[in-house]
Design a protein around this ligand. Structure first.
Ligand code: GLU
Length: 379
């Protein structure tokens, strides 16, 4: 595929964008970079006037807070990061409010955690808020709620958050601005000859390997987490562009189809909104290991997992829990919502559906996991 043609075709269809701004884009050595924010917002507003919609996922709260508080050693512990974020977040919002205000536009803040996305109701509420803001032509500014983050509810980094928001709002493009030119063929920090890859047609294992171990100096996510974000967005049919945020007028350049940064095309095989939510938001509470035949059948897609195919149950979970489905070698092949608890499954594994009544005294369902509640892992 010709990268220039593909780029032009991709951006020509874009109406709604998630714009992810990394800490390195919105902060500088001396704290929040209001000039950079203003420049970006000026460009965003130009496109808003043309009818495009933007949702901004902005990092920078912790970095801005650290500098505001003049914490010489930075924020090391989790409570320090949380406290720094609470100081920095208000600064961040003030900067966006002011920059959008100059153009007569308003902004709304949304702070999310994994918990908000795991619970289907809260997830749908977040979606309703987002859609209402867009309907009012208010630009949502989203960040992870760092002040309450603990391991269990942490989304990890804003790359992940931006991909989840992109699917939540069903956008046409995830545009990630960072401190790198885009996706390079090797780590530019250690190799000065690194070359930009302008177009990634498919996120193959080889491509994923190229990004391993890269981290950002200022924010939390490196190139690996950006490619993970591309995978998540891509399974929902959303392309992603990664570009350097500090290039002047990078947004119009991208929006006009100039060949800057890297375009990652979405996967050919897409999954539904509900299955996407299951795959990328639910935290598995246990696992079931299935036999070779069941693993092969599941891989073809559209089939349920029957108790007869289950050979082992791992962990303790209740009916309705999310569990990993593993093949005989232990590799994750799918994720699903179980119709039976771990205790029940332990009793009916390897058995035919008609035997369930005899063993348990009741039969809630013939399937251990129904096809509608099963999503395959990306290969
Ligand atoms: N939420 C963090 C902040 O605003 C940044 C996380 C990230 O860089 O991925 O400081």
């Amino acid at each position: 595929m010709n990268p220039e043609t593909v780029r032009k075709q991709t951006v020509s269809k874009v109406k709604r964008v998630v714009l992810k701004l990394g800490s390195s884009v919105v902060t500088s050595e001396s704290g929040l970079d209001e000039t950079a924010i203003e420049g970006i917002v000026d460009d965003v507003c130009r496109y808003k006037r043309l009818g495009k919609e933007f949702i901004i996922v902005s990092s920078g709260a912790i970095a801005a807070g650290v500098r505001r508080l003049d914490l010489k050693e930075g924020a090391r512990t989790i409570p320090q990061k949380q406290a720094a974020a609470s100081v920095g977040q208000t600064r961040l919002m003030a900067a966006y409010e002011e920059a959008f205000g100059k153009h007569g536009y308003r902004v709304g803040q949304m702070l999310l955690t994994r918990d908000d996305l795991i619970h289907r109701n809260r997830y749908l509420n977040a979606r309703n808020t987002l859609m209402t803001l867009l309907g009012w032509n208010v630009t949502p500014i989203i960040n992870e709620n760092d002040t309450v983050m603990v391991e269990e509810i942490k989304l990890g980094d804003n790359d992940n958050l931006s991909a989840l928001v992109a699917t939540l709002a069903e956008v046409d493009l995830l545009l990630t601005l960072t401190d790198q030119e885009g996706f390079m063929d090797c780590d530019p920090q250690t190799n000065p000859d690194a070359c930009l890859i302008p177009l990634v047609e498919e996120l193959t294992p080889d491509i994923m390997k190229l990004a391993e171990g890269s981290t950002s100096r200022v924010g939390r996510g490196g190139m690996a987490s950006k490619l993970e974000a591309a995978t998540k967005a891509g399974r929902f049919g959303i392309p992603m562009i990664i570009a350097r945020g500090k290039i002047p007028h990078i947004i119009p350049r991208v929006m006009e189809g100039e060949l800057c940064g890297t375009l990652i095309l979405p996967a050919k095989e897409r999954i539904s909104a509900r299955k996407h939510w299951m795959r990328y938001n639910l935290v598995p509470e246990g696992a079931v290991r299935v036999d070779e035949g069941a693993a092969r059948a599941l891989a073809r897609g559209g089939v349920s997992l029957l108790p007869v195919g289950v050979i082992e149950v791992e962990g303790h979970f209740e009916h309705g829990a999310a569990v990993r489905v593993k093949d005989p070698s232990g590799k994750d092949v799918a994720l699903g919502l179980v119709n039976y608890s771990s205790e029940e499954l332990g009793k009916i594994k390897g058995r035919q559906a008609f035997e369930i009544d005899w063993i348990l005294g009741y039969r809630t369902s013939d399937e251990a996991i129904h096809a509608d509640n099963l999503v395959l892992m990306e290969t």
